[in-house]
Design a protein around this ligand. Structure first.
Ligand code: ATP
Length: 230
């Protein structure tokens, strides 16, 4: 599984599931500059694919190649390169919003943690809640914090599970713009989504999962699939 351009992620006939596959085998390549949207109805297997890619679930079959090697998700190289936000809320109850972002920056060796933290607080509309504890945030604000932490740290590949969930329209629009920036800077993104606008604006290709097949389609087709819930 090697191509001319070093792919960030290659999967071939990958089978994902819990004992039994939840969908047909998946083949996809994600190169630097690609934003790959994974679409499909509820329960089609999108989150299961993402959880397999980040190593939370073992593949049931097929091949997967992340960042050019069979990386272990516990390795420091993997943790340095892959920024995942799968919607799991894990906060320190007595650290503020600002402290969560600072901690993320320190943990990932960000050069100027104070500036990066302030930048992300502002970008995600959290400046006024910077000294709040996670328990005092709204559900959308907690989602913003999780995403802000993902954008605060260095990465080669972002893996996002329905990043649009619980975000208001303004921040959804902003998110689409940041994903476009991510790809123009040579980053890669693999994201599950139900948001046709996010797909149209940000995706470079779409993996569409159904009961019977997994197809790679262009973003316009992918957005139509979401709208029609095919
Ligand atoms: N821990 C689990 N054990 C067994 N089956 C599971 C588990 N988690 C999910 N499933 C099942 O696997 C299938 C795929 O679920 P998955 O969460 O990947 O779907 P999805 O495409 O992300 O859906 P949604 O759009 O609702 O988020 C579903 O039938 C689901 O019920």
């Amino acid at each position: 599984m090697s191509g001319a351009v070093a792919a960030l992620l290659e999967v071939e006939d990958l089978e994902v599931g819990y004992g039994l596959p939840v969908c047909p085998p998946i083949t996809l390549t994600l190169a630097p500059g690609d934003v790959v949207a994974v679409v499909g109805a509820n329960g089609s297997g999108k989150s299961t694919l993402l959880r397999t890619v980040v190593g939370l679930l073992a593949p049931l079959g097929g091949q997967m190649n992340l960042l050019g090697s069979g990386l272990d998700e516990r390795s420091s190289t993997f943790r340095a390169a892959v920024a995942s936000e799968l919607g799991d809320e894990a906060f320190f109850p007595s650290l503020t919003v600002r402290e969560h972002l600072m901690l993320t920056c320190f943990g990932h060796g960000v050069d100027d943690p104070v500036s990066v933290t302030n930048y992300q607080l502002d970008a995600f509309g959290l400046t006024e809640r910077a000294e709040a504890m996670p328990g005092a945030l709204s559900s959308g604000q907690r989602r913003r914090l999780l995403l802000a932490a993902t954008f605060a740290r260095p990465r080669a590949l972002m893996i996002l599970d329905e990043p649009e969930q619980r975000l208001d329209a303004a921040i959804r629009d902003a998110l689409a713009g940041w994903l476009v920036e991510e790809r123009s800077e040579g980053g890669g993104v693999l994201m599950a989504t139900h948001d046709p606008q996010l797909v149209t604006i940000a995706a470079t290709k779409v993996v569409a999962i159904s009961d019977t097949e997994v197809r790679v389609v262009d973003p316009e087709r992918g957005a139509a699939i979401i709208r029609n819930e095919l």
